[in-house]
Design a protein around this ligand. Sequence first.
Ligand code: FO1
Length: 314
Amino acid sequence: MRIVALAGGIGGARFLRGLRHTAPEADITVIGNTGDDISLFGLRICPDLDTVMYTLGGGINEEQGWGRADETFTLREELAAYEVGPAWFTLGDRDFATHIVRTQMLDAGYPLSAVTEALCDRWRPGVRLLPMTDDRVETHVVIEDDGGKRAVHFQEWWVRLHAGTPARSIAAVGADDAKPAPGVLEAIEAADLVVLPPSNPVVSIGTILAVPGIRAAVAAKTVVGVSPIIGGAPVRGMADACLTAIGVETSARAVAAHYGPDLLDGWLVDTADDGTAGDLDGIAVRARPLLMTDLEATADIARAALDLAEELRA
Ligand code: FO1
């Protein structure tokens, strides 16, 4: 079976671990969000690609869900001693190596897709990890505070401001001119089904779908999504702050409606939202426990998504 999954960071990566576990024989292609990417200290950092690569490759810092396990922070301390920032974005020594290798290859002219393939040669994630595009796309957030109205990089809003300052708007800068990375459209077209993991529907899944050509290609397939919202709140992260920014209610049903029946064929909601089950504009909604408490629970959720897709494909 050929599966394509659109993935952002922590929630998406954890879900993919369950998907790989429940369908070890499947050919899984992950299209990763690159809108969170940022250049710092002269290095290109791709948080969502790295989170998928480390999580599936066994190197992730499990509690944090991002960055490497067994980290040290000597470089960070030395940079701080030189008063070279930003201090609010924590990079460990092991993680720095990934960004150095990536930046060297980008500077040598390799596209991000080739760089990602090279990094995955080491990590062997057990899926094919493709960036959504090789072009530069960066999510920026317009905020208004006593400093006036200004756009800040998504990472500054997310990490330094903890999404505490309301976003007036969120823009995937460069998305309109971006092209899907090599292999992205082909993988979607060849897929038996597309899965939308419980990633952030705005800045992760939404950003991937904003790359011209990707949404239409996905919409042509059988698509099953997993709600990142349980009982009116995000399980992790601050998807509520992003949903509010685009005027979407923070509920499992509202996210399904936001994706739309042209895109979604099936939608898994948690039993806490069972009352809101019942199909939505033709989207088959099913309720089941959605907390990814451990690998088995996550594999069961992924299996439920595959089963729903099979039911809908028939
Ligand atoms: N998230 C934080 O909350 N604080 C950090 O200092 C931080 C550093 C960081 C470094 C590398 C990386 O790959 C991810 C990092 N993240 C950090 C997480 C990151 O902001 C999010 O994973 C995504 O961008 C949103 O999914």
